[in-house]
Structure formats: structure tokens, C-alpha cells
Design a protein around this ligand. Structure first.
Ligand code: AVI
Length: 337
């Protein structure tokens, strides 16, 4: 039986209500700010997660292909870095496609803990993983990876390794990325290995195309944020009156995604009137691109020691292996002073 098919328990309904309230509060805060913005974590409802899966196989979207190339070439080296009998904790697991490359080589792994904000999608994925890897305990956690969350009790007892592929770390501001690495350090603990996928700075034309695909899937992914606000918060955004914009901001080394209003308009959201000028945008996502050195420095600043780094043949993407020698609380104190 899937999470979709059964009647929700009362505590689940309560947590769903709390999630709805947080969504409404973030939407109103973002749309009444100047400039307008919306947090990218809200892209990933079930429609957005499906659209993102489609993005990952687009010809222009190189990160997924390049990262899979790296993981396939180095799966054994990576798996050898995991402690015996470890729990592998994946932050933002999605469809766990890349994890499968590593899981197939990690013969001594005791448990896999996929953590993802999209509960429905997560539970659907775990059904399949249980069949494919019967010797690995599947312990899903539906949570926002950027906030503290509890590991299942059976994973608490095991040595841990972390996996954060896909360059999702690039969707954080650099100071948030450092805070995330420290937070992951607190979850994974001293001595842990952390495998992190990081997109690299490259020819802006390649970057530009990756976020402006010819089939318009990225545009639909971006616009789904407004569709989700309509569905879940009862707003009346006219999707035809907004356009997807994505461009490389060289100075800040990031792709920016926006939704541009095609006309002057007013939209009612949760009882608030939100006014748009023609051409005004809602900033929906940043995707930072690092060099090998700049990411290494960021990781060191958050208490992690780089142990290895691999890139694809074109040097478009990188996979970093980090280890935590320090106590994460001490690293945080050092960074704060
Ligand atoms: C999830 N994240 C790493 C993607 C990225 O490339 O920043 C999200 C995405 N946005 C548009 N296309 C893909």
C-alpha cells in the first residue's frame, strides 16, 4: 500500500496543515518583498518533481549526464570510502537514480536513508528500491534537508556516510551552502565521508542553454511554482501572463531563474493583493557554479577536509569526497568568530 492510497493519520493531517501554513507564509513574504522572490524548495511538489526528472534527461542539461559519468567511472573508489555496515544518508534523494550507481558497488552498506521533501514521490521510489536492494534496509525520511531532522532510530546506531549529488548545493547562497555543510556534519558525525556533486563554472553559452532548453521543460518547471500556488493556496495566477527567464550572472557566478510578468497586473494571493509592473520579475532560483578550488575552500571553512575530487572528461561537473575530522560544533564556532 502506498502513502497515496491510505487514509492519513491525524498527526499527518496536522503536519500537512503546518506545511501549508509555512508555504503560505513564505509565499506572502517573498511576493511582498522587493525584489519579489520565491524559495526554490517549493518547485518540488509531485508535478515539479516529475518535471525535474524530465529536465535531467534533456540534451542541454549536462549536469546529470556528467555526474553519472563520474559516478560510474569511480563508483568502486567512492563505495570504498564508506565505513563497513554504514547507513548512507542521501540529502534530497529524488528518484535515487545516481544512488543506484553507488549502491550497486557498496556491498557492505547496511542501510540507505533517502531524505526528501516530496513525501509522495519518496515513498513511491522506496517501493522500487526495496525490490532492487533486498539486503539494504530502506529507511526513508520525508523532511526539508535544510532544516534539522531526525534519523530513524536504526540508522542512529550505524556509522554514516552522506551523499548529496546533483549540485543541489549550488541552489544555496554560498553562506547557506557552508551552513548546510556544517548541518550535514552534525547529522553525519565525526569521521563521516560526504560525497557532494558540484557544478563547475564554464562557457556561459553552455550554461545558458542548460536552463533554456528547446522543449520548454525548464520553463514549465519554473511556471509550476505559480500553478502550485494556485492549486494549494487558491490564488489565480494567469500562467500565460508570466514568462520564464534564465541567464548567467558572471559577477556572482550563478544562473538566475526568474518569472517575468508580461503586463501590469494584480493577483490575489491568500487575501493579499500583489501588484506587478510589466517586466517585473519574481526571482525563483540561483544555481551557483564553483571552481574546484572555490568549492574546496567552502568545504574546508565548514570543517570538512577534501580527500578526493573527480571530474568528467569535459570538466563540466565535479564530485568531491570530503571527510569530517573536526567536531561540527567546533567548526561552526570557528566560522562564527
Ligand atoms: C536541483 N538543481 C541542482 C537544479 C539546478 O540545476 O540548479 C535545478 C534546476 N533548475 C533549473 N533546471 C534545473
Amino acid at each position: 500500500m502506498t502513502a497515496l492510497a491510505r487514509k492519513p493519520h491525524r498527526h499527518e493531517t496536522a503536519s500537512q496543515n503546518a506545511a501549508n501554513e509555512a508555504f503560505a507564509a513564505d509565499v506572502i513574504a517573498g511576493l511582498t518583498a522587493t525584489p519579489k522572490r520565491l524559495p526554490p524548495k517549493y518547485f518540488y511538489d509531485s508535478v515539479g518533481s516529475e518535471l525535474f526528472e524530465r529536465i535531467t534527461s534533456l540534451p542541454e542539461y549536462y549536469p546529470t549526464r556528467c555526474e553519472a559519468e563520474i559516478l560510474t567511472a569511480h563508483a568502486k573508489e567512492i563505495a570504498d570510502l564508506f565505513p563497513k555496515g554504514a547507513a548512507l544518508i542521501e540529502f534530497g534523494s529524488g528518484s535515487s537514480t545516481k544512488t543506484r550507481i553507488v549502491l550497486s558497488e557498496a556491498k557492505t552498506l547496511a542501510a540507505y536513508v533517502p531524505v526528501d521533501i516530496s513525501a509522495e514521490f519518496l515513498h513511491q521510489q522506496v517501493e522500487g528500491l526495496r525490490q532492487e536492494y533486498p539486503n539494504v534496509a530502506m529507511l526513508p525520511v520525508a523532511a526539508d534537508i535544510s532544516k534539522p531532522f531526525r534519523l530513524p532510530d536504526s540508522a542512529e546506531m550505524l556509522p554514516r556516510a552522506g551523499f548529496f549529488p546533483g549540485s543541489t548545493i549550488g541552489n544555496f547562497e554560498p553562506h547557506e551552502a557552508a551552513a548546510f555543510l556544517r548541518h550535514a556534519g552534525r547529522i553525519l558525525g565525526r569521521g563521516a565521508t560526504f560525497i557532494v556533486g558540484v557544478d563547475l563554472v564554464k562557457d556561459p553559452q553552455i550554461l545558458q542553454k542548460a536552463y533554456n532548453d528547446s522543449q520548454g521543460v525548464t520553463a514549465r518547471f519554473n511556471l509550476n511554482l505559480l500553478a502550485r500556488i494556485n492549486r494549494e493556496l487558491g490564488a489565480k495566477f494567469d500562467l500565460a501572463a508570466f514568462e520564464h527567464h534564465a541567464f548567467f550572472n558572471r559577477e556572482r557566478s550563478r544562473i538566475e531563474m526568474h518569472l517575468a510578468s508580461l503586463k501590469r497586473q494584480r493577483v490575489k494571493v491568500c487575501g493579499e493583493c500583489i501588484d506587478f509592473r510589466a517586466g517585473e520579475t519574481i526571482h525563483t532560483e540561483n544555481s551557483y557554479k564553483y571552481s574546484l578550488e572555490s568549492f574546496g575552500a567552502l568545504a574546508r571553512g565548514a570543517g570538512w577536509s577534501p580527500v578526493a575530487v573527480w571530474t568528467d572528461a569535459d570538466n563540466y561537473f565535479s564530485v568531491h569526497a570530503l571527510t569530517l575530522k573536526d567536531d561540527p560544533a567546533e567548526a561552526r564556532d570557528r566560522a562564527d568568530h
